[in-house]
Design a protein around this ligand. Structure first.
Ligand code: SF4
Length: 254
């Protein structure tokens, strides 16, 4: 096949997105209202600093591990100034149980220094400036926008990437293109209810559309999902890539 990401394939994908969008939007938003996970950082009214800390701690670990230390961490380090002043021992101690304490220590120190020195101690509310914060990638920046600043932005972590690759298996199988997966998510995002849509997609990816043995019977996206239609059979021949890294091994967010 020549350039598989050429115009023809793209138009097929666009048609598929337009056809499935309503089901995905409704399914994800309803999932949030009916079965959404509750974490302290998801509460409305959290400050930008508090949401930023949550998104930083959530990198490469589980929500459960972060929820066990989150409030205590904020109690010890309630502001960027506190983070900048703290020493390594105190910070590492506060992060016990989350993992990667050394890396998180370096990251949090760099982040607090940058925000205090460059942004005047205020977390910026636009994508370009959020992306300049040390350690904040595409996921983290978009999470800040949708979850704190109430600005429509689609978040794609490794779980959401897997969901999208399965739902659009006919077009995304083996693409390995993070930007394309992000683009698909952008096109699916509702303007109203973007926060609930994102929470729903994150939760479906984490709980329902598991890397191995996805629970398609419980999934609100099942009627729109290629994988649920005949993808299982198609992929049975070569099940490589159906693990944590997604169908084709795409790594979107560790
Ligand atoms: S129907 Fe199955 S494969 Fe498709 S998104 Fe839902 S859980 Fe994942």
């Amino acid at each position: 096949m020549q350039n598989v990401w050429g115009l023809h394939i793209k138009s097929v994908l666009v048609e598929s997105i337009l056809r499935k969008r309503q089901i995905l939007q409704t399914g994800a938003v309803q999932h949030t209202y009916l079965r959404g996970r509750h974490y302290p950082w998801r509460e409305r009214g959290r400050s930008a600093y508090e949401v930023l800390i949550a998104e930083t701690l959530l990198r490469r670990t589980t929500s459960g591990a972060v929820s066990r230390v989150y409030e205590k961490f904020l109690g010890k380090f309630p502001s960027l100034e506190h983070l900048r002043r703290t020493n390594k021992r105190q910070l590492v101690q506060a992060l016990l149980g989350v993992g990667l304490q050394e890396q998180r220590y370096v990251l949090l120190k760099e982040m607090s220094r940058y925000l205090l020195d460059v942004e005047g101690g205020v977390v910026p509310g636009d994508l370009a400036r959020l992306l300049r914060i040390p350690g904040i990638g595409q996921y983290g920046a978009r999470a800040m926008l949708t979850f704190h600043f109430d600005t429509a932005a689609a978040v794609v972590d490794s779980n959401v990437g897997r969901v999208l690759q399965r739902v659009f298996l006919d077009s995304l199988e083996g693409c390995g293109n993070q930007q394309l997966v992000q683009k698909v998510a952008d096109m699916l995002l509702p303007t109203e209810g973007h926060r609930e849509f994102n929470f729903g997609m994150l939760d479906i990816g984490a709980i329902v559309c598991r890397p191995v043995s996805p629970r398609c019977g419980d999934c609100p996206l099942s009627t729109a999902c290629d994988y649920n239609q005949d993808g299982v059979e198609r992929l049975r021949k070569g099940t490589r890539g159906l693990g944590r890294r997604g169908i084709d091994g795409i790594r979107i967010r560790a």
